[in-house]
Design a binder for this molecule. Structure first.
Ligand code: GLU
Ligand code: MG
Length: 467
């Protein structure tokens, strides 16, 4: 479980003693440095590193880093809002000791996610991890509800020797193909070992559909830990692959055409140990609250895409009939609707039932994405929103009239459209708070400007190796 208490200057009670002991233990295990990791508004993982001996000091006082990264773009240029993007000021990065992990994929290193705190010891309003912690804590307090979340990871494996920014698939076997599994046998075995050593319970790893594509799914955790895990797993995939001479891309679209890399989110709401998506009176065993939660997700999805699909390249992936779920519809085990209701198999429903949200990719900041998804679902739950009828099959087959009568909307087809939807969505903007909401808009507009005049192939290339 993730602690719901914010870091404080001087350290949370017991943190400094714990960090002192941990740093001695890590040194004994040959760990020389610790990666302090967070994700910026544009979805880029940013880090500082410290020597292992400095862990206690970091737990007490944090490590400095500029707030300017809240308005960095994927190409490292900077935009600004009323309060962000200035060269002035500083923040403190506080490692979360509960989630510190020795990196098997990077010998000599450990890794920890951070919360960002102002120099005055206040929550930094631009910190996505702090925000998600607060949203989860509010849900527990107001509704007695907790969440389990998991983020699937798809990625494309390319040859490390490919020229420049080119992507040359490192494997040639077919989708879900046995030959492709053999081609990457050593690397994926090492990956499984590294993840197990890092305490990540892998559910599955398989060759996916697109050229060189693989997918991994991992066990569900509380939302903050699930977002941390998504960052950690990608760090590990990248590190292990590099040791095998391979390059990996988590970009939404490695190429302009064809199936992209998704980051589907699995989410379930629980109260007092009971899964609200199972054993209820609603459709497929959903409780009334779970149905309303799903309705809330669907209602906010057009605006949510500005957070869950934040890159110009995201809209190369978000196309109908490519399993990315680009229609505001739901169905049991449907793969073209944005929300797939998963009941689990008979006998395991109580543990397994959840909602899978598909129009999410790995350019998304996972903390912001989960925070906004939870806020959207809770909005439906609080207003007892009615879940529309189920849609089976591919909603792309509906004409405009039929889609409208069924309440099925196509999600934004560009980042510009997503930003316009986001601007209109007061609930999501309030969930993020004014500082982050403005940062989201400024960063998205910055990305749009950064690709002005580029064709689709050039957009895919511009983001291919960024995430
Ligand atoms: N690659 C697809 C996407 O872009 C998902 C494929 C799947 O259903 O796993 O979301
Ligand atoms: Mg997949």
């Amino acid at each position: 479980m993730t602690t719901l208490a914010d870091p404080v200057p001087g350290g949370r009670p017991g943190d400094v003693e714990r960090a002192t002991a941990l740093s001695a233990e890590l040194t004994g295990r040959g760990v020389h440095g610790i990666v302090l990791a967070y994700v910026d508004t544009a979805g880029i993982g940013r880090v500082k590193t410290i020597p292992t001996a400095k862990l206690a000091s970091a737990a007490a006082w944090g490590v400095g880093m500029s707030p300017v990264f809240d308005t960095f773009l994927a190409n490292d240029s900077v935009v600004s809002t009323d309060v962000l993007g200035s060269p002035d000021g500083d923040l403190r990065l506080y490692p979360d000791l509960d989630h510190l992990v020795v990196l098997s994929g990077q010998p000599g290193w450990a890794w920890a996610p951070v919360d960002r705190v102002t120099q005055e010891g206040e929550r930094h309003p631009g910190c996505g991890r702090t925000l998600l912690r607060r949203i989860v804590a509010d849900a527990a307090q107001r509704h007695g509800i907790s969440f389990q979340a998991g983020i699937e990871i798809e990625w494309a494996v390319g040859q490390g020797s490919a020229l420049g920014d080119d992507f040359v698939p490192a494997v040639s076997g077919p989708a879900y193909g046995a030959t492709r599994q053999v081609e990457l046998s050593d690397c994926t075995a090492e990956l499984m070992a590294a993840l197990a050593a890092q305490g990540v319970d892998v559910d599955q790893l398989h060759p996916e559909y697109a050229a060189g594509q693989f997918e991994i799914s991992v066990g569900a955790l509380d939302p903050v830990a699930a977002a941390d895990r998504s960052v950690l797993v990608r760090q590990t995939i990248r590190a292990v692959s590099q040791r095998h001479g391979l390059k990996v891309s988590f970009a939404p679209a490695v190429f302009a055409e064809g199936v992209g890399n998704g980051g589907h989110v699995h989410l379930s709401a629980w109260r007092e140990g009971r899964n609200l998506h199972s054993g209820g009176e609603g459709r497929y065993g959903m409780t009334a609250e779970a149905e309303s939660f799903a309705a809330g997700l669907l209602a906010h999805l057009p605006a949510l895409t500005a957070v869950t699909a934040p890159s110009p390249a995201s809209y190369l992936r978000l196309k109908p009939s490519q399993w990315a779920g680009v229609f505001t519809a739901w169905g049991r085990e449907t793969r073209e609707s944005a929300v797939r209701v998963i009941t689990g198999t008979a006998g395991r429903r109580e543990q397994a039932a959840n909602l899978e949200v598909k129009p999410v990719d790995l350019a998304a900041n996972p903390y912001l994405a989960l925070g906004c998804l939870v806020a959207a679902g809770l909005d439906g739950l609080e207003s007892s929103a009615a879940l529309p009828d189920e849609i089976t099959g591919d909603p792309a087959r509906f004409g405009a009239e039929e889609a409208a009568s069924r309440g099925v909307r196509r999600l934004p087809t560009s980042l510009d459209e997503a930003v316009e939807e986001f601007r209109k969505d007061e609930l999501l903007r309030a969930a993020l708070g004014p500082v982050l909401a403005d940062a989201v808009i400024a960063v998205r507009l910055g990305e749009i400007a950064a690709v002005a005049g580029l064709d689709d192939g050039q957009v895919a290339a511009a983001y291919r190796w960024k995430y």
